[in-house]
Design a protein around this ligand. Structure first.
Ligand SMILES: CC(C)(COP(=O)(O)OP(=O)(O)OC[C@H]1O[C@@H](n2cnc3c(N)ncnc32)[C@H](O)[C@@H]1OP(=O)(O)O)[C@@H](O)C(=O)NCCC(=O)NCCS
Length: 434
């Protein structure tokens, strides 16, 4: 088998749990105006994204797209010699703007429909993309003396009707053009609309494409409390706008993913690879994995004490733990330690994993697996080829996670001499692949 074929098989194997996990899930995708390039011959980003959405649909996911048209509107207004005002980061849409606004939305819709039609034909899919009047608006009103006229605020979402379209396999497209119950037209902020629709549909994920500047230095994962802290520190205006919007509207959306609009295939990499390529914001489970610090010693001791009592873990004194704290990683939920594991170098090739524990209240949520993966990653980064461990109760769990039984004689010499024959621990080993 050639290397490229092997890579394909391995990649397919690695993504299969994610394919299963995402089946039947609803995602809302926000596409900013930058992706609706004026020159689609030159810029393939929207076409590639359309192909990715077709693939998601093939894999059983339901997709709603909300479309931003800010750049296209700027250009059309300038072309038609129309000026506009912006207050509080929001464009005032006047009666004079409406004709150009409606035309621009029509063009954007036509562009996205044509890209989808081509993508479906290439992917041999019968998928259709539809838009409609599911979202009703009301005037944004007069704020601090400024009348926003035809700039709207969201009034109601007919989410049952959207869900019906999704259930028969259609992709739903929402644009900023919305109507009031009296039939007036309104320009609605499409990013805000994306949040509201995700909430109303109880979507599993909201995926936001954004500019690299607004994503600069964001971590791979963050809890809402980390996001709040970051928002007070950042000086990048685009990032501040994005984070503030998430802060004010995140409730009821389980996961928010921020993706770079210039990264090809970002949505697939984010959904179907372990590490993803964007930033995932947890709004429900506030946990994250990080290296342990001296302040975590008490939390780790509380976590492992009952397991030491039961003889599942070897006893560690506070002093020993303090000395070895740099070997530990922890899972913290807010400030509470709910999981830990340690990595000890044995010789040049091998390291030992020890002291893996998850708070019983949080077991069965794959946190143990996440910690194991973090330790394996760390071991690989340090160029170890084998990961050993000794266990008295948990060999089956480790075997299910790729470990194999080994003999005491296979342990590095240094470790063999320390092996406690009274404990009769089982020796397990996993070969690490770069
Ligand atoms: C082993 C441990 C870390 C797993 O953490 P976790 O977050 O619950 O793990 P996951 O959610 O990834 O896996 C849960 C699965 O492992 C199974 N499992 C838990 N302990 C197990 C054991 N000792 N042997 C076999 N399977 C076990 C659970 O039944 C569950 O199976 P299911 O998904 O079929 O219901 C956790 O159970 C723990 O802290 N155990 C006590 C400490 C320990 O044994 N540490 C190892 C020291 S060497």
């Amino acid at each position: 088998m050639q290397q490229s074929e092997l890579d394909f098989v391995n990649n397919l194997r690695q993504s299969s749990p994610y394919i299963e996990a995402h089946q039947g899930k609803t995602i809302v995708i926000y596409i900013p105006s930058e992706l609706l390039s004026l020159d689609s011959e030159e810029d393939e980003r929207l076409f590639q994204l359309a192909k990715d959405v077709v693939l998601l649909n093939h894999l059983g996911m339901k997709t709603v797209i909300t479309l931003g048209v800010e750049l296209q509107l700027n250009e059309a207004f300038e072309r038609d010699h129309l000026t506009w005002e912006t207050h509080f980061n929001c464009r005032v849409t006047t009666k004079e703007h409406l004709k150009t606004f409606v035309e621009t939305i029509g063009q954007a819709r036509a562009q996205i429909e044509s890209e989808f039609t081509e993508a479906c034909s290439e992917e041999q899919s019968t998928l259709t993309i539809i838009s409609g009047n599911w979202v009703t608006a009301r005037p944004k009103g007069i704020i601090q003396g400024i009348d926003f006229q035809h700039t709207g605020a969201l009034r109601k979402i007919n989410h049952e009707a959207i869900a019906r379209s999704l259930s028969i396999g259609q992709v739903v497209l929402l644009t900023p053009l919305t109507y009031s119950l009296t039939g007036e037209m309104f320009n609605l902020n499409s990013l805000e609309q994306a949040f509201s629709v995700a909430k109303a549909l109880e979507a599993d994920k909201l995926m936001i494409f954004s500019s690299p500047e607004s994503l600069v230095d964001l971590p791979k994962q963050m809890s809402m409390s980390q996001l709040n802290a970051l928002n007070t520190q950042t000086s990048e205006p685009k990032q501040k706008r994005l984070l503030s919007l998430i802060q004010s509207t995140h409730s009821k959306i389980k996961r928010i993913h921020l993706l770079d609009q210039n990264e090809p295939g970002a949505i697939l990499l984010e959904l179907f690879t372990r590490d993803g390529v964007g930033t995932m914001i947890f709004t429900d489970r506030y946990h994250h994995i990080r290296p342990a610090t001296f302040e975590d010693v008490s939390g780790i001791l509380m976590l492992i004490a009952p397991l030491e009592e039961e003889g599942i873990l070897v006893k560690r004194s506070r002093e020993k733990l303090e000395l070895e704290i740099e070997n530990f990683v922890v899972i913290a939920r807010d400030d509470h330690i709910i999981g830990c594991a340690a990595l000890y170098p044995m010789d040049e090739q091998s390291a030992e994993m020890a002291c893996l524990a998850i708070d019983p209240a949080y077991q069965g949520q794959s946190l143990g697996e996440e910690l194991l993966q973090a330790i394996e990653k760390q071991a690989m980064q340090n160029r170890f080829q084998n990961l050993f461990l000794l266990t008295t109760h948990t060999d089956h769990w480790f075997i299910e996670h790729g470990f194999k039984k080994a003999q005491v004689a296979e342990l590095p010499e240094k470790k063999q001499s320390l092996y406690n024959y009274q404990r009769q621990s089982k020796v397990l080993v996993k070969a690490l692949k770069a």
